[in-house]
Write a protein that binds this ligand. Structure first.
Ligand code: G3H
Ligand code: 13P
Ligand code: ZN
Length: 316
């Protein structure tokens, strides 16, 4: 059942965080739903502009609608990840997305406020939730690459003003994470004091952490041992997910880790079975491994086991 992120956040706030997982193809969709149902967790499906262009936005919608039927128990939001204004409007008008992210974080503050407010007005008129972003993460997202020296951590007072003026439903804040498999190249750590300060200023307001993949070292080593070249890949300590959730972080974005599972499975499979050319064989292994990975993340996020109460609360 598709619900809004706002509905999910009302259930989760202060207790656990929802895993927000990106999808691009059938195998990812199957593994994702299986892992969430197995661990009895509500979740968020994220669709980036890159994903919408990879096959076709209608293909993604059809896959998710099919998965909703196959896994009838699942409760999830369908969310546009890192949208620009035009894509947000397309998603709002589609009637399919229950949530959009307007990412105007690279614009000056006043422009970010104005763009976000326009999107909020259109989205709320259609019952769609809006995530906005203030501050800038490092790493590469969509077509934008942000160098370490351009990273701006979120200012809590500015965040309070931003939320008040835009009416957004959740806020992605920059607290030291970055996108991709190479995080913390310097001596960074997570700035929980920013999250605490925002929670103090606006109690009960849902926050979002981007760039939260943990880049498991075992995956990196196995990928490299099977011919990969991911030297120095590093991620977020996943035992930090739950403490963040207790401070009002309701959504934690994990995409890179899923790509690492895919890469490890396929590199190892073709290394060990050079005679195979039936892609369904590693594809099936990947679906099972991805489902297990998702379930393990939901345990760390604290969302595992909450599906029955979410069903009850949302009348699902
Ligand atoms: O933040 C970006 C997400 O990991 C999506 O990546 O734009 O390559 O689909 P993508
Ligand atoms: P990772 O690159 O850490 O998986 O972050 C994903 C993300 O923030 C998607 O919006
Ligand atoms: Zn992101």
């Amino acid at each position: 059942m598709i619900v809004t992120t706002k509905q999910l956040f009302e259930q989760a706030y202060g207790e656990y965080a929802l895993g927000a997982y990106n999808i691009n193809n059938t195998e990812q969709v199957m593994g994702l739903f299986q892992g969430n149902v197995d661990s009895q967790a509500p979740f968020i499906i994220q669709i980036s502009r890159g994903a919408r262009a990879y096959s076709d936005k209608r293909m993604l919608e059809a896959m998710i609608r099919a998965a909703d039927e196959i896994f009838a128990e699942a409760v999830f939001a369908v969310h546009l990840d890192h949208g620009d204004e035009e894509t947000c409007y397309d998603c709002i008008e589609s009637g399919f997305y229950s949530s959009v992210m307007i990412d105007a974080s690279s614009f000056p503050f006043e422009e970010n406020v104005a763009i976000t407010k326009r999107v909020v007005d259109r989205a709320h008129a259609s019952g769609v939730s809006v995530e906005a972003e203030l501050g800038q993460l490092g790493g590469v997202e969509e077509d934008i690459s942000v160098d370490e020296d351009q990273v701006h951590l979120t200012d809590p007072k500015q965040a309070a003003e931003f939320i008040e003026r835009t009416g957004c439903d959740s806020l992605a804040c920059a607290i030291g994470t970055s996108h991709g498999a190479f995080k913390f190249s310097g001596s960074q750590s997570l700035h929980f004091e920013i999250v605490k300060a925002i929670q103090y200023l606006i109690p009960g307001f849902p926050l979002v952490l981007h760039g939260s993949s943990s880049v498991p070292q075992e995956e990196v080593e196995r990928i490299n041992a099977a011919g990969g070249a991911l030297k120095g890949a590093r991620g977020v300590d996943p035992t930090q997910y739950l403490p963040a959730a207790k401070l009002g972080v309701c959504k934690i974005n994990i995409d890179t880790d899923g790509r690492l599972v895919w890469t490890r499975v396929h590199r190892e499979y073709f290394r060990d079975h050079p005679e195979v050319f039936d892609f369904r064989k590693p594809g099936k292994v990947y679906m099972d491994e991805y489902a297990r990975f998702i379930a393990s993340r939901n345990e760390l996020l604290g969302s595992a086991g909450h599906l029955p109460e979410v069903h009850a609360a949302l009348g699902a």
